[in-house]
Design a protein around this ligand. Sequence first.
Ligand code: SF4
Length: 142
Amino acid sequence: MRAAGLEIWKDASHGHLMAQPCAQYRGGCCEAYNDRPRQCRNFVCVTLARFEKGEVSMREALRLAELLREKRRFLNGLIATHLPEFADRPLREALRETKRLLEIRNEKEAREIQERHGELLVHTIAFRKFRKEYFGQAGGGE
Ligand code: SF4
């Protein structure tokens, strides 16, 4: 995978992970599609699984994919405003930070975070939910 220009790192809880956005993803397509890694071949998202069963049309699947890209662009804008230190870093790092902010238990601090970053937190939750519902691993997982 490294030979194909893919950045790999090891995570204690998930094993080997590929950096996203993937270096092979260009112009809306996978440049390494025929030689894509096993993980990519095995990953079937909810929308693809439903498309293969004839439950979703190609047009609807493409509309959902564009909607996800729109939501991501919007979220990136909020991240640039609310968490500028994460603006140029992979989205997963900003999402991890928003998760951490949501876990703050101290009432005073939680209220301050709500006031300062409420919009970001609401849209992050909505983005995660949408991504999992339509583009999470079919049959469970994310
Ligand atoms: S299918 Fe895999 S290799 Fe291809 S762009 Fe997506 S993540 Fe990258």
